[in-house]
Design a protein around this ligand. Structure first.
Ligand SMILES: O=C(O)C(=O)C[C@]1(C(=O)O)C=C[C@@H](O)C=C1
Length: 292
C-alpha cells in the first residue's frame, strides 16, 4: 500500500512540485490540504504518514506560520529538506488575456509569492488591490472560477495548466536567485545516502535575559568549529522581548561533536529541543534525480 504524503494544496502549488520531486510517485499518494497548519495537523493526527511544507525563501525569508506551528502546536520530527527553485508568473483567465496590465483590478496570491515580486508589481500593476490566498494554486483556482473578472494570479506553470489559464508575464520575481526550502515532517524520508549532507535543527530557549547569553550559546559551536547555517529568532508568545532561537547546524545529531555541543548548551541552563536531524536534498535539472 502507498504511504500518504500531505502537501499545501490545492493541486498546482510549489509545495506539490517539491513533494513530487522528492518522493517517488510509485510509493506515495499525495494529498492536498488547504493550509499549512492543516498539513502539519494531518501528520500529527496520523491521517497521513508525512507532510511537505515550505519553511524559508531566499528573497522573503522565513515562513513563520510553519515555524510557529511546528513549535507551539505539535511535536513532529523534521526528516528531510529540499531546496527547490521558484519562478513566479502572472496567470490570467483566457478571456482576460488581452487586457493591458494597467487594467487589472486585483492580484491574488500567497503572501510569500507577492513579496517575491514587489518591484514588478509596483511598476506594472500599481493600481491593483492585493488579496492574499492560502497558496498560489488557490489563487489560480479562484481566477479560473471568475472568467469575467479583471483579476490576475501569481503562480507557477503547473497551476496555469491545471486551471487552464494564460501566461501573461513570465519570471516576475525581483531576484533570479529565488529558492524555497521545503521540509519533510513525520515518519520516514530521512534515507539520504551518506554523501547527502545532514543538518540538525534545534530550538534554544535562553534561561534568562542577560548580556552575552546568546553569545555563550554560539560560542559552544564556534570553538568546536561547527558551522551554523541559520539562526532565526521568533517570539515565544509569552511577552514582549521574549524570544527563542531556531538554529540550523550543518552536522548530524549523531556526531559526537554535536552531542557534546548540545550537552554543553543544556549545562548552561538553556532549554533545547531537537526539531530533527535530516538529509538535505538539492534540486538538479534532471527530474527525480535526487540522490537517496
Ligand atoms: O503557494 C504555494 O504554491 C506554496 O507552495 C507556498 C509557498 C510558500 O509558502 O513559500 C511556496 C513557495 C513559494 O515561495 C511561494 C509560496
Amino acid at each position: 500500500m502507498k504511504r500518504k504524503a500531505a502537501y499545501l494544496g490545492p493541486k498546482g502549488t510549489f509545495t506539490q512540485e517539491a513533494a513530487q520531486y522528492l518522493l517517488p510517485a510509485s510509493q506515495y499518494e499525495f494529498i492536498p490540504f488547504k493550509t499549512i497548519p492543516d498539513c502539519i495537523n494531518a501528520v500529527d493526527n496520523k491521517s497521513v504518514d508525512l507532510g511537505v511544507v515550505p519553511v524559508e525563501n531566499t528573497i522573503e525569508g522565513s515562513v513563520n506560520l510553519t515555524l510557529d506551528w511546528l513549535v507551539h502546536q505539535v511535536d513532529i520530527p523534521i526528516t528531510g529538506e529540499l531546496v527547490y527553485p521558484i519562478s513566479q508568473h502572472l496567470l490570467v483567465h483566457q478571456s482576460q488575456r488581452d487586457l493591458p496590465l494597467k487594467a487589472f483590478e486585483k492580484i491574488l496570491s500567497h503572501p510569500q509569492a507577492v513579496a517575491q515580486c514587489q518591484l514588478f508589481l509596483r511598476e506594472n500593476l500599481p493600481q491593483a488591490e492585493i488579496e492574499y490566498a492560502n497558496s498560489t494554486a488557490e489563487a489560480a483556482q479562484v481566477i479560473s472560477e471568475h472568467p469575467t473578472k479583471p483579476w490576475i494570479a501569481i503562480g507557477n506553470k503547473l497551476a496555469k495548466d491545471i486551471y487552464e489559464l494564460s501566461l501573461r508575464a513570465e519570471s516576475i520575481e525581483d531576484n533570479g536567485n529565488n529558492f524555497t526550502r521545503f521540509i519533510v515532517i513525520g515518519q520516514e524520508l530521512k534515507n539520504g545516502s551518506r554523501d547527502v549532507p545532514y543538518k540538525t535543527s534545534v530550538l534554544v530557549t535562553l534561561p534568562e535575559d542577560f548580556p552575552g547569553a546568546l553569545h555563550q550559546v554560539l560560542a559552544v559551536f564556534a570553538w568546536r568549529k561547527i558551522n551554523l547555517t541559520r539562526i532565526e529568532s521568533r517570539p515565544t508568545k509569552k511577552g514582549l522581548g521574549s524570544y527563542h532561537f531556531f538554529i540550523d547546524i550543518a552536522m548530524d545529531a549523531e556526531n559526537v561533536l554535536m552531542q557534546g555541543a548540545l550537552a554543553e548548551i543544556e549545562a548552561l541552563g538553556c532549554g533545547i529541543r531537537l526539531l530533527g536531524s535530516y538529509p538535505c536534498f538539492a534540486y538538479t535539472q534532471k527530474a527525480n534525480s535526487v540522490t537517496r
